[in-house]
Design a protein around this ligand. Sequence first.
Ligand code: ATR
Length: 272
Amino acid sequence: MTDRYAVIGRPINHTKSPLIHGLFAEACGQRIEYTAIEGSLEDFKGDVQRFREQGGLGMNVTAPFKLQAFELANSASERARLARAANALKFVEGRVEAENFDGIGLLRDIQHNLGQPLAGRRVLLLGAGGAARGALLPFLDANPARLVIANRDLDKARRLLADAGRRDVEVLGYPQLQGQSFDIVVNATSASLSAELPPITADVFGNARLAYELAYGKGLTPFLRLAQGSGVTNLADGVGMLVEQAAEAFFWWRGMRPQTRPVIDRLTIPLV
Ligand code: ATR
């Protein structure tokens, strides 16, 4: 029987995961079946259980089920525990293991694909929700000179640091960013989903090398437009992160690391 995997979310019709994993499997000479499942809001656990009973070996999980996926797992990696969210599950002998590859996928895209190491750089992370939670530990492991988290709700950002047990990160409100500049600015807020700009000014871009928008496929968001207008030449959306986190999951499930560049090239929608 072909090994089965799936992505589960709601809505799920725009997912690129079956395409990405299909390309990985082809390139690695692996025979797998990877489908998309529209999860039910009332019975996510039942959906996962049914997939397991049908021989499923692993799942990717996307909105709005990442938290529930984490909660139903029997064990979780440290980064999944900090994010309190899972974007990948593995079914091993009656147990469910949870992982969260979003943050390391993002870091790998920034450092490896975009050629911007975080080490020694001033890094600004906008947002303190699930996406920022996933990015925090991988970012810290990369040794930035300064890591600042900015959020409207400061308590939420402070809770994130307390949960991570880290004091070496600064939490600032947006007004406190006035006059401060960074080398790398990452938008991990959900503002772009409603075509809004987080309340930053052009100051933060100073002579920034990279502006990274996590929302994929939204074109030049207000955040990227502001960065572009401020002279930032390296603008990225989340396509590389999407493919890199998928590659991590593929490796976790199959023990083989696929090349990501051809898949990123295939999925890239030019920003301008
Ligand atoms: P996700 O899991 O996708 O990150 P979330 O947990 O709801 O979603 O978090 C959304 C993040 O986007 C939060 O950091 C939120 O800021 P607040 O905590 O201050 O509300 C941020 N956000 C959403 N819309 C925003 C906007 N228009 N400007 C700035 N931040 C915004």
